[in-house]
Design a protein around this ligand. Structure first.
Ligand code: SAM
Length: 248
């Protein structure tokens, strides 16, 4: 059988594509990508000219069967996403599961990942962290979700987009308290890379007064609930938030 390579691509700075990633992409029969137009641009920048197959949430199961058949027949394939590491808030796990179930080797070519890059510069405890990805889009679901996380003691890592960063920070502040330390990592590895730290109250204020701080792509890293006193307070807020949904 061929090998399915899971290849990380840059999260902004093209120089972060590793030599081995490039070599792997040059060596496969075809490359699966979420957005073939965007990935086509990246690949042509590096002079990689391979057939691109669109793999996204809606066709992943069906396509996975065809791809596994090609792998089983001896072709090697690569999976990339628009940015960073595939499967991390990106499609791919169904394909990987199908390949593994068929006994096809799946091999990582690791590289950039926004969550890990943010954690590495946040200066918050990093021995235990919880990757939360994107919060629910609906305000009520988002608040409920955050309320459930209020007592979590590991550092929390969230992905966020420019149109919701202000709202999400306000909701985090309400769920975790004004004083919880946090970091906003924006546009990592790009021209306007900015890493802001402070309490959730301070960060929310900074983002609200400065339009530029709401532009681009974000990772929000929030310290976990601290000692017993803080955890109890968080638990109190969680219970209150849950109860308040059922009060008139
Ligand atoms: N698979 C990617 C990875 O390994 O990081 C994540 C894909 S997810 C669809 C896109 C989100 O990742 C963005 O909304 C943002 O939260 C985060 N992100 C991606 N690139 C970033 C960057 N350069 N700086 C900060 N956050 C980034």
């Amino acid at each position: 059988a061929g090998t399915l390579f899971i290849v990380a691509t840059p999260i902004g700075n093209l120089a972060d594509l590793s030599p081995r990633a490039l070599e792997t992409l040059r060596g496969v029969a075809a490359i699966c990508a979420e957005d073939t137009r965007r990935s086509g641009q990246l690949l042509s920048h590096f002079g990689v000219n391979k057939p691109l197959l669109a793999l996204h949430e809606h066709n992943e199961d069906a396509l996975a069967q065809r791809l596994v058949a090609r792998l089983a027949a001896g072709e090697s394939l690569a999976l990339i996403s628009d940015a960073g590491t595939p499967l991390v808030s990106d499609p791919g796990y169904r394909l990987v599961r199908a390949a593994r179930a068929a006994g096809v080797p799946v091999s990582p070519v690791p590289g950039a990942c926004a969550a890990i890059a943010a954690l590495s510069v946040a200066g918050l405890p990093s021995d235990r962290f919880v990757f939360e990805g994107f919060l629910p889009a609906k305000a009520s679901a988002r608040r409920e979700h955050l309320a459930r996380l209020a007592g979590e003691t590991g550092t929390l890592v969230f992905y966020e987009s420019s149109h919701r960063i202000a709202e999400s920070l306000a909701d985090m502040r309400a769920a975790f308290g004004d004083d919880r330390p946090a970091v906003i990592a924006r546009e990592l590895t790009k021209l306007f890379e900015t890493v802001l730290d402070g309490t959730l109250a301070e960060l929310q204020a900074k983002v609200e007064v400065d339009d530029n701080q709401r532009k681009g792509e974000f990772v929000v890293v929030v310290q976990g609930a601290g000692d017993d006193a803080e955890a109890q307070l968080a638990e109190g807020r969680r219970v209150y938030a849950m109860l308040s949904q059922h009060l008139p």
